[in-house]
Design a protein around this ligand. Sequence first.
Ligand code: NAD
Length: 430
Amino acid sequence: MDVHQPAVYKEPAPVLDKENPFESMMNRFDVAAHLLKLDPGLYEYLKTPVKQVVVSIPIAMDNGEIKVFEGYRVIHNDILGPSKGGIRFAPDISLDEMKALAAWMTWKCAIMNIPFGGAKGGVKCDPTKLSPLVVEKITRRYTANMMDIFGPDRDVPAPDMGTNEQVMAWIMDTYSMHVRRTEKAVVTGKPLIIGGSLGRREATGRGCMIVTLTAMERLGMKPKDTTVVVQGFGNVGSVTAQLLAEQGCRIIGVGDVDAAYYNKKGIDVNKSIEWAKTNRSLAGFQDADRITQEELLELECDVLVPAAKEDQITPRNAPKIKAKIICEGANGPTSAKADPILRGKGILVIPDILANAGGVTVSYFEWVQDRIGYFWSLDRVNKQLETMMKAAFNSVYETAEQYKVTLRIGAYILAIDKVARTLKLRGIYG
Ligand code: NAD
């Protein structure tokens, strides 16, 4: 069976309003591990993080009061190389969430053929309610507490929800102060001027564009005849829309958290980006018709790019989705229970762990450039990204065909197999 052909359609599982996206991910891990006939010992090994660190971060607040925040770093796996993963500053994070997100990074890096393992970390705090000085103090104390964990050869953080280039600059500076030398490669997603990489900001959207075009080529679809809908108009969504439009696709629907818009003739993406920038929202955009968030996802189109947040495509709306290709720009936008419905409808889903891996790939380039002290041109970054995204897409596609599964399960099989084979060669120490 071809991976984009409909499988026998079964009645969807009972409708749930919301699934835990991390449980969704582990479900898929289980399916792939089963198909691979993974040794039970290796299965246990790969499900369990190698290190989980919890630290207290005491901070003198602006009014002199001392508050203690909780910080985490989970290293899921470091078999392929130093672990890599974002730092999240958010009020509702937990060690369990970090564990699942860290595993996600292991699979992403393995699929992309990047010599990194997977990690995730964060501090339980709400940066939107803290002064910049307190955010800086939290970042520096968190980094100081993680001196035995972080390191260019050990564990390399990056930005995630609630953190940004400035936070990465503070991590780099704090680490450098402790080791008594400037160590740029300890963290990626830095400002360009202190060792960031050209092309990093657009990398995730560019990766989405590349895998979408590669999938379209496989299905014999031409950009000029292709209509696209993008949900989420932040970094990933807006860049994907802009780059697909540059390739000749017609963007007929866009939306952010405030509003969604449709124009059958095509939306001027640059105009809508300008509008969203000026107004800090798409709401009020003039050159298209306002539609509901539900309608946006259910529009008649060729490509749908969910690039906002998790759990947007569920058993509730999956039967109404009309796209031929879904490119998952966001992490976990499709719940596990929606997978068989999309498959039954013959929709080709490019899974998140492949589709949005452009970001970590250019983070890898940043680490390489920092380590050799020689910085690449934008053209070189983009060309190398294209080569690696296409190679990863093709490997996932071929694995999916070989096992007669979806691209998502194919991606998990590829990743788990790579890490498990490396582990067997290295052997178990102890
Ligand atoms: P962002 O904050 O720049 O943009 C998020 C966009 O989604 C905004 O336009 C927001 O208005 C919209 N949005 C939020 N909730 C929504 C809702 N309920 N309905 C419709 N729109 C909604 O974030 P981003 O960096 O573009 O990340 C988007 C997704 O991509 C996240 O899942 C993130 O984890 C994932 N991702 C991002 C990167 C990266 O490099 N930025 C890399 C990998 C994965």
